[in-house]
Design a protein around this ligand. Sequence first.
Ligand code: GDP
Length: 303
Amino acid sequence: EKYEQGLTKSRTTFGQKLNALFANFRSVDEEFFDRLEDMLIESDVGFETSMRITDELRDEVKLQNAKKPKDVQNVIVQKMIEIYDSEGNGEDNSLHLAETGPSVLLFVGVNGVGKTTTIGKLAKRFKNEGKKVLLVAADTFRAGAIEQLNVWAQRDGVDIVKNEPGSDPAAAVFDGVKKAKAEAYDILLVDTAGRLQNKVNLMNELAKMKKILTREIPDSPHEVLLVLDATTGQNAMTQAKTFKETTDVSGIVLTKLDGTAKGGIVLAIRNELHLPVKLVGLGEKVTDLADFDPNNFVYGLFK
Ligand code: GDP
């Protein structure tokens, strides 16, 4: 239900536009496909992905000899879900955690996308599941970032490792992982600084953190989650491409989906970045975080 509310904006524009298109066109002709393609692009589905959906739809419509827009609507829903299935090779969208010992989740992304908020929400979720959670403030470049994470730690009632602003972020990771092992924490959520201005620095920094993690907990980090702001559309796509060149990203957290009328970016991420969206942010409150479910998402748009 949370999910449905959070998608209200995307549904009322992206979904309504699609529905209107199907309602207004009597026959499925070239003009119909042109309009559909434009509409998908306007909704942040991205050029490449919009073309793919439209092309495949055109073929499928021929194959099935579908004439009425209503029949075609079912095909497009299937196509959108298929983008997930084919790209994902059946992989699931759930978070990968350690079988035993602490699970380490590293969060990357530029400032303002909602990294800290996501960590705060997720910490509470894990705590509610009875897990022992530790936050690590490895975004040491901004005093504000450390303080903000600290506010979440207090609010959630979970522990935090925080060093002085300006200290080596890898040192915070080292302290965090040592503590997690010694005190049997289940979940380690690491906030990092995402300064894309200096890619080489960022790359080295993340590599250093990962090296420490892997040395201390062999199969960690279990997730490297790139946080993207859905309201920034193609900018988010550009950021994602840069981060992918910088480090191994295992999944996407798409925040502020409640604030965009163009939920189509979800499809672009899958088709162009080949990364699963694992979590979505649907508001500012601690409970406004949901697992991503492609079926629900696509069907939700057309409701
Ligand atoms: P960070 O710099 O990446 O750590 O970003 P923050 O966590 O500080 O978030 C930046 C702003 O976005 C804050 O005002 C958050 O409340 C807001 N925010 C984060 N996630 C969401 C979301 O899913 N929906 C909405 N509407 N706002 C969000």
